[in-house]
Design a protein. Structure first.
Length: 72
C-alpha cells in the first residue's frame, strides 16, 4: 500500500494494489474509487484532501512489514 500526497493539486492517492485501474467510480464529491479489470479495489483518490483528511499525522497500528518514506 502506498499513500501519495500531491500538494500542487491537494490530492491524496491511496494505492492499494500494483494492478492497473480499469474503472473509476466517484462515490462522493471528490472521492474516487479505482477498480482493476476483475472489479477489485486498487486505489482511492481524494481531491481537496487537506479539507477531508488529517494529513499532518499518520498512525499505523497492527501492521507488519516494511515501512518506507519517500522524498517529496
Amino acid at each position: 500500500m502506498k499513500l501519495a500526497y500531491h500538494a500542487d493539486t491537494d490530492s491524496l492517492y491511496i494505492d492499494l494494489s500494483e494492478n492497473p485501474s480499469a474503472e473509476s467510480v466517484e462515490v462522493s464529491e471528490g472521492i474516487v474509487l479505482d477498480y482493476d479489470a476483475k472489479g477489485q479495489l486498487v486505489g482511492i483518490d481524494i481531491d481537496n484532501a487537506s479539507r477531508k483528511v488529517q494529513l499532518k499525522r499518520l498512525v499505523l497500528a497492527g501492521l507488519q512489514g516494511e515501512i518506507e518514506r519517500a522524498a517529496s
